[in-house]
Design a protein around this ligand. Sequence first.
Ligand code: AMP
Length: 307
Amino acid sequence: MSVLVVGSVALDTVETSAGRADRVIGGSAVFFGASASRFTDVRVVAVVGDDYPLGELRFLEDAGVDLRGLEQTAGESFFWAGRYRDDFAVRDTLETRLGVFGAFDPVVPEAYRDSETVFLGNIDPVLQLRVLDQIASPRLVAADTMNFWISGARDALLRLLSRLDVLLVNDEEAFQLSGQPDVALAAAWIREQGPELVVVKLGERGAAIFADDWSFDCPSHPVAQVMDPTGAGDAFAGGFVGHLDRALAGPGGRAALKSAMAYGAAMGSFAVEAFSADRFRDLRAGEVEARFRAVRDRRAVPTGARS
Ligand code: AMP
């Protein structure tokens, strides 16, 4: 079992009420890989420029993340700068520079083409589609996206939706994508475009999953001191998709999806406890299991989902 991920491998400059970090490692593939590698093998397809501190990714390789599909080319790495305000509730993007991602033509290594689970992390949907085209016969295809692509690459995103099993988005993105004013209606609209399952992340209010005839609310894990929410969504996706990949061999069904939601919430909560992906550097397996159980045993705050 393994998950192939394509997504950004970035340098981030982030400012929150708890502090600031300059040009630290980030990006959807980094947060996803740091999280999903706790559950299964992860294979990364991405590109960085010659300014990237590759040594900083060593902890991912040590955790079993395969970086053979990470190209390094001349030029500038993907750079994102953001600032959080209103007690972390609002994130303003100050700058997005695609750098080497602008001309990236992903070639999936031969050794990755048999991947059964694929996570198309937040990046240009044109690149997400190009990667998906190179996978022989995936069993589970999940994706994430964000406002930047919903407004800037809508047509490609709609083409992508028709090929997904699962879309993970936050509530704002779900509203923007669907034009619908509430979470359940937005999820229904998205499901009509293709994905069988839609996961809507609601920050500290938890997350909800929507299928055809059922839905389920999962609580978040309260964190004593939030440092930096960046990457929480990708870490959630890593827990969710990583658990489903290892569960593919088992009975699956609703029980597996509910556990996947709780693992997602647990991994998302770790991401916010430190800047960059630092909390994942020496995270112990026992901490992951303890937090999973804490989420599973909490009562959800209803979002309108039916169980
Ligand atoms: P999240 O907080 O889970 O939405 O993930 C934030 C991460 O996404 C940061 O580390 C950024 O480097 C990365 N990111 C920000 N904007 C984009 C974008 N337009 N495309 C791909 N990755 C992005």
